[in-house]
Design a protein around this ligand. Structure first.
Ligand SMILES: [Zn+2]
Length: 174
């Protein structure tokens, strides 16, 4: 599977579910040159890589002390569930937190933003009204709030994952 230009985020399936779904556990990016996966330390760094991925693809050497000669940090396989992000999604505006949750049935992910005041915002409209009501956040560019969700990689789902609706239709992937 070649998804090379894309940053991505695997989730371990060993961890018991948070009541409403699964959260991202590990961030990783794939080297453009050798296609090895490198674990990225935290969300901020990961978002930085993802936001610049198109004009500045990730390479092993961007991680301190690493080169393409070093074995991969992590392998793309079904020991964990992987979701693949779209490259170019902007960095989360300062003070806000972007959260991704994998639905319990593995059908898809949901994105929301948490405001500096702890409020959950689930759509662009909610963001717009929040900024309007709280002018101190006016300098957070609206275009930097992005609700694009990563693609859930079906070939990495646990064998017991139920995809699709109860009537048996399967969720289409693009
Ligand atoms: Zn490399």
């Amino acid at each position: 599977m070649e998804e090379e230009e894309i940053g991505k985020q695997p989730k371990p399936r060993s961890k018991k579910d948070v009541a409403s779904g699964r959260l991202i556990d590990t961030y990783a990016a794939q080297c453009e040159a050798c296609h090895k996966w490198r674990v990225i330390d935290n969300q901020e760094e990961y978002e930085d890589i993802r936001s610049k991925m198109l004009e500045d693809p990730f390479k092993c050497e961007k991680k301190q002390g690493l080169s393409c000669e070093v074995a991969a940090d992590i392998d793309y396989d079904s020991t964990r569930t992987w979701v693949i992000d779209k490259p170019g999604v902007p960095k989360t505006p300062t003070g806000f937190k972007r959260s991704l949750v994998l639905r319990k049935d593995y059908s898809k992910m949901d994105t929301y933003y948490i405001t500096p005041t702890g409020k959950k915002l689930r759509s662009r409209n909610e963001i717009a009204s929040f900024v309007e009501a709280n002018p101190e956040f006016k300098n957070a560019p609206l275009g930097d709030f992005n609700f694009t969700v990563p693609k859930v990689m079906e070939d990495t789902l646990p064998p017991d994952a139920k995809i699709g609706s109860p009537n048996g239709t399967t969720t289409a992937t693009t």
